[in-house]
Design a protein around this ligand. Structure first.
Ligand SMILES: C[S@@+](CC[C@H](N)C(=O)[O-])C[C@H]1O[C@@H](n2cnc3c(N)ncnc32)[C@H](O)[C@@H]1O
Length: 188
């Protein structure tokens, strides 16, 4: 449901997205740090090579988990390499997204937090995306949803938020990342 997708971000862009210099514009600790605590189970949906996943893994610590979903094997392969190098290999759990609708079943109502950062505009069925995320999250768990202003209009962003609401999220508050196309949502 929703507008047809732009093409998916090419795998080699994953290297650029993971460059440390990006932290000066989008500091992952500041963006997600407040929502994470040691021992939590978190989701980084559309993780690419883990610009957010690795700081998230540090925040949830050795007793936590970060489930990193992506549909490109090359993104997840490099994510795993980076996680191992950083000593976070046991916390990061890569999950390849396929056409199998049951691939998410083992995480039903398990996650304490989810991040959906610059991903939704690449997904053809945004309604299904939010239903899938809701199915994996605990009641009251937070979802930080952000889209890049250059790629996504305010109208499309608001349409995505309405898909999220239909899937069982409520708006908590707008957040100041990605120049305003960001919303903190809570699962009912
Ligand atoms: C623009 S990148 C953003 C990556 C990351 N969230 C970040 O901010 O660094 C979008 C990522 O979403 C992934 N992606 C696109 N469609 C997806 C889908 N349906 N399911 C899972 N991942 C998807 C792409 O492969 C790509 O790695």
């Amino acid at each position: 449901m929703g507008k047809e997708t732009e093409s998916v971000c090419p795998w080699w862009m994953g290297y650029l997205l993971a460059l440390p210099i990006r932290k000066y514009m989008q500091n992952p600790d500041k963006i997600v740090g407040a929502y994470l605590k040691p021992g939590m189970k978190a989701i980084d949906y559309g993780s690419a090579m883990g610009f957010f996943s690795l700081p998230m893994a540090r925040a949830v610590g050795p007793k936590g988990k970060v489930y990193c979903f992506d549909l490109q094997e090359k993104m997840l392969g490099q994510l795993v390499n980076r996680a191992k190098k950083a000593g976070l290999g046991d916390i990061i759990k890569p999950r390849l997204v396929t056409n199998n609708d049951h691939a998410f079943d083992d995480l039903k109502q398990k996650a304490d937090f989810a991040l959906l950062f610059a991903v939704a505009h690449e997904v053809p069925d945004r309604q299904k995306l939010f239903v899938t995320l809701a199915s994996m999250m605990k009641p009251k768990a937070l979802l930080l949803f952000a889209e890049p202003k250059g790629h996504v209009s305010l109208e499309d962003f608001e349409e995505s938020v309405s898909f999220a609401e239909k899937a069982g999220f409520v708006k908590r508050q707008p957040v100041q990342v990605l120049k305003g196309l960001s919303m903190l949502l809570e699962k009912k």
